[in-house]
Design a protein around this ligand. Structure first.
Ligand code: PGA
Length: 256
């Protein structure tokens, strides 16, 4: 059975002082969850702070991007091995904010996915459609095409024990979440696509949902069969809201 996973995506927010308050609260309130894995993905400079605060707790930490090459003359990039040096276990890849604002291509994301996996990190691959694509009814086609470069590079088996986050772009930061049924339907589509190629990978890949998850909608989303947790942006910057979302996932896991 897949364990639920709740990932905080702090994006480009935080300071040493603000982070410390959040991390201390998470440490105090989330360390006893039995059925949910929690990971906090921080901006690079705060990896050491996450490591020193969360070491020895069940709460994991990670980054929001990684360089596609293992080492070398790549100004401004950060290697997977460097993330490992700071105890990171997760890395968010292919977030739509990176493809829209930084022209990150699906092929680039595919290379990073394989680099992260080879380094022993757990990639959290973001996929999702725009509002126009949903209205045109082509959302499954769009998401499928986002998965294809990774499958082409390394086969569907690469998704074994990885994480895919379905993040409809229209739901990110807008307060307008996908309904549990819309999200479930896409998660099922993703799992079936992988299952046709590698049933074992399809069983183990955790497909989490991101896009305006909050304490009010978290329970219903987490209760859906193929929704294995959430990727949380705005509400991960509020200790109480993030913790409520983690407890909603815990309760959903107990009921399953
Ligand atoms: P949001 O962000 O929860 O603020 O919508 C989610 C994300 O971008 O990962």
């Amino acid at each position: 059975m897949r364990r639920k996973l709740v990932v905080a995506n702090w994006k480009m927010h935080g300071s040493l002082a603000q982070n410390q308050q959040l991390l201390d609260s998470f440490k105090a309130h989330l360390a006893n969850l039995k059925h949910v894995d929690v990971a906090i993905c921080v901006p690079y400079p705060y990896l050491q702070q996450a490591q020193s605060t969360l070491s020895g707790t069940p709460i994991a930490w990670g980054a929001q991007n990684v360089g596609k090459y293992p080492v070398g003359a790549y100004t401004g990039e950060v290697a997977a091995s460097m993330l490992k040096d700071f105890g990171a276990t997760y890395v968010i890849l292919g977030h739509s904010e990176r493809s829209t604002a930084y022209c990150e291509s699906a092929e680039n994301v595919a290379a990073k996915f394989v680099t992260a996996k080879n380094a022993g990190l757990t990639p959290v691959l973001c996929v999702g459609e725009t509002l126009q694509e949903r209205e045109a009814g082509v959302m499954e086609h769009v998401v499928s095409e986002q998965l294809d470069p990774i499958i082409a590079l390394h086969g569907a088996g690469i998704f074994k024990n990885a994480v895919i986050s379905y993040e409809p772009i229209w739901a990110i930061g807008t307060g307008l979440s996908a309904t549990p049924e819309q999200a479930q339907s896409m998660h099922e589509f993703i799992r079936e696509k992988i299952a046709r190629l590698d049933p074992e990978a399809a069983m183990s890949v955790r497909i989490i949902y991101g896009g305006s998850v909050n304490p009010l909608n978290a329970s219903k989303l987490a209760a859906m069969q193929d929704i294995d947790g959430g990727l949380i942006g705005r509400c991960s910057l509020n200790a109480d809201e993030f913790e409520q979302i983690c407890f909603a996932a815990e309760n959903a896991a107990i009921k399953h």
